[in-house]
Design a binder for this molecule. Structure first.
Ligand code: C2O
Ligand code: CU
Length: 564
């Protein structure tokens, strides 16, 4: 049984138990005994369920195992005992028995409240969060000094009515086009990007998703800079130190800004320059209800002669995981989140599940027949590669299996990530009623709290940190630590058997437990959050903060910065 099924089962059993005990109390004089026995049976099944859950991950069931279910079991057994006792003495209307049955119903309800309202851990760590992490260096000092030889780019944030290839017009917010221009740099080159805001009244920033830039260049409003308002500008500078596929987007009220178009791709080419053959960057986005792949809401065609090496860089800039499929060619998955995989083998007829914010690079030699790239749920948008303009379009296929990165490629030692861990932290994701921005809400919580009231994860430069991420909720959370890639240690207790997996956005699906390692090699105050930005805005964010780094910027009430 899957963990999520167990979580669901436990919830349903808990509700049924409450109902059975309550009904037994109502019918105490007549059929009460039968209902009470059923109630006890359900609690016993719950006991098995929560023990199975605890085995999958202690944090998934801790309060159920230690308090909730024992309480329900105790109250239930006592109530049943009293009822039987009363019957023996022929006092069917015993008030004591009836009260005990109500208590049993209450105990089952309490266990549901513990799980559904209090959450885990029951105490959200130390007090609230503030930015004055003990003196030292300011994020504004963690910047790249200007150099003459930088590759200079200007991006102008603006409202723009964009006419898509279908003729449909969307009222977008863009960095000049939809998506923004693809930025490219060669490994080792320094990019200097000037951001200007023409008329995005809520402000913008530029965040370099997946790139380990110096903290002061990270573009998080309220943490590493102030949002850039109309008429203002900000200059970002960083050395491209990792070849691969990345993307950029606003990090000021990104939930709305990115959705409306404030994003683009960023490709770092190897030092030798671009790779031979066809190299296409394909961000997939949904604007309003329209799906666009690259810049088109229709099937685009490219003429590619047979034998040409093809590389497709798939970027998911949406809030939900997307399933990509390639029809007509076997391919290799050569990189995830901008990092090459070791020993990639041929894949065919498998869907690629790209997390929100994640990137998959796939490569294949162009076959003689046409090839089609499609995205599940987006019938209009797609890509067809064919040797001639009149070749027939292959149908989009629906692979029944999904590519599993944890068993793909060849293992290889990662010496820089082995050795003693200097610290470990557990991040429990859940959906709980909380006060969010001053209002009650069904929030997306981290360790029972909502941002900014989630204590930061504190590290010291050089630390090797083990991070365990547990998803107790029924939703997928693509977790994205800024400024670092993490090495996957295990998913649901299983270590990857293939290539080392270095990710900057990992999809923690409902009930999943991930363990990752992070080397604290980039000082700063870094966001770590769910890249479903609805969830981020609903509280699912925290900081990874280095000892001795502080920030002069603020967010939240009274500030114009909206961190997500
Ligand atoms: Cu792609 Cu904090 O973001
Ligand atoms: Cu989420």
């Amino acid at each position: 049984m899957t963990t999520i099924a167990l979580l669901g089962l436990d919830l349903i059993l808990g509700l049924i138990a409450v109902a059975l005990w309550a009904y037994a109390a109502v019918r105490a004089q007549t059929s009460g005994l039968r209902w009470a026995m059923a109630g006890l049976l359900v609690v016993l099944v719950r006991l098995v369920t929560v023990l199975l859950l605890a085995d999958r991950g202690w944090e998934l069931a801790a309060e159920r195992v230690t308090v909730g279910v024992p309480l329900a079991l105790l109250a239930g057994t006592a109530a049943l005992g009293l009822l039987i006792h009363a019957r023996r003495r022929n006092r069917t209307g015993s008030t004591a028995a009836r009260t005990a049955l109500w208590c049993a119903a209450g105990a089952s309800a309490v266990s549901l409240v513990l799980t559904g309202v209090v959450g885990y851990p029951g105490w959200p760590g130390a007090a609230g969060h503030n930015h004055s992490h003990s003196g030292g260096v300011a994020v504004t000092d963690l910047r790249t000094p200007p150099i003459g030889a930088a590759r200079k780019v200007e991006l102008v944030a603006q409202t723009q009515a964009v006419t898509l290839p279908s003729g449909r017009v969307v009222d977008a917010w863009t960095f000049g086009s939809l998506p923004g221009p693809t930025l490219t740099a060669r490994l080792g080159e320094t990019l200097e990007v000037t951001l200007r805001n023409r008329d995005i009244t809520g402000g913008v920033t530029l965040h370099w998703h997946g790139l380990s830039v110096p903290n002061g260049e990270d573009g998080v409003a309220g943490v590493t800079q102030n949002a850039v308002f109309p008429g203002d500008s900000f200059v970002y500078r960083f050395r491209a130190e990792q070849p691969g596929t990345f993307w950029y987007h606003t990090h000021q009220h990104g939930r709305e800004g990115i959705a409306r178009g404030l994003y683009g791709a960023l490709v770092v080419q190897p030092a030798s320059g671009s790779t031979a053959g066809v190299d296409l960057v394909l961000p997939f986005h949904t604007i309003g209800k329209t799906a666009i792949l690259g810049g088109s809401d229709q099937v685009q065609r490219e003429v590619v002669p047979g034998g040409t090496p093809v590389r497709l860089r798939l970027v998911n800039t949406d809030q939900q995981p997307r399933l990509f499929a390639l029809t007509g060619a076997a391919f290799r998955v050569v990189a995830l989140d901008g990092v090459d995989l070791n020993g990639p083998t041929e894949v065919s007829n498998q869907a690629l599940r790209v997390p929100a914010g994640g990137r998959y690079d796939i490569a294949f030699p162009m076959p003689a027949s046409p090839v089609r790239l499609s995205v599940e749920g987006a019938r209009q948008a797609g890509l067809v590669l064919a040797a001639s303009t009149d070749a027939p379009e292959p149908e989009a296929s629906q692979p029944t299996t999904t590519f599993d990165p944890t068993t793909y490629g060849t293992p290889k030692p990662v010496p820089e990530m082995t050795g003693e861990f200097d610290g470990s932290t557990t991040i429990v994701l859940d959906r709980l009623p909380r006060i969010l921005n001053g209002r009650p809400a069904l929030a997306q919580t981290v360790n029972g709290g909502v941002f900014p009231d989630v204590p930061p994860v504190l590290v010291t430069e050089g630390d090797l940190l083990r991070m365990r991420v547990v998803n107790r909720s029924f939703e997928t959370h693509p977790m994205h630590p800024h400024g670092h890639h993490v090495l996957v240690l295990s998913v649901n207790g299983r270590a990857p058997t293939g290539s080392p997996l270095w990710l900057d956005t990992f999809d923690v699906q409902p009930g999943e437990v991930w363990e990752v390692a992070l080397r604290a090699d980039n000082p700063g105050i870094w966001m770590d959050h769910c890249h479903n930005l609805e969830h981020a805005a609903a509280g699912m964010m925290f900081h990874l903060a280095y000892a001795g780094v502080n920030t002069p910027f603020t967010h939240g009430p009274g500030s114009l910065n909206t961190t997500e």
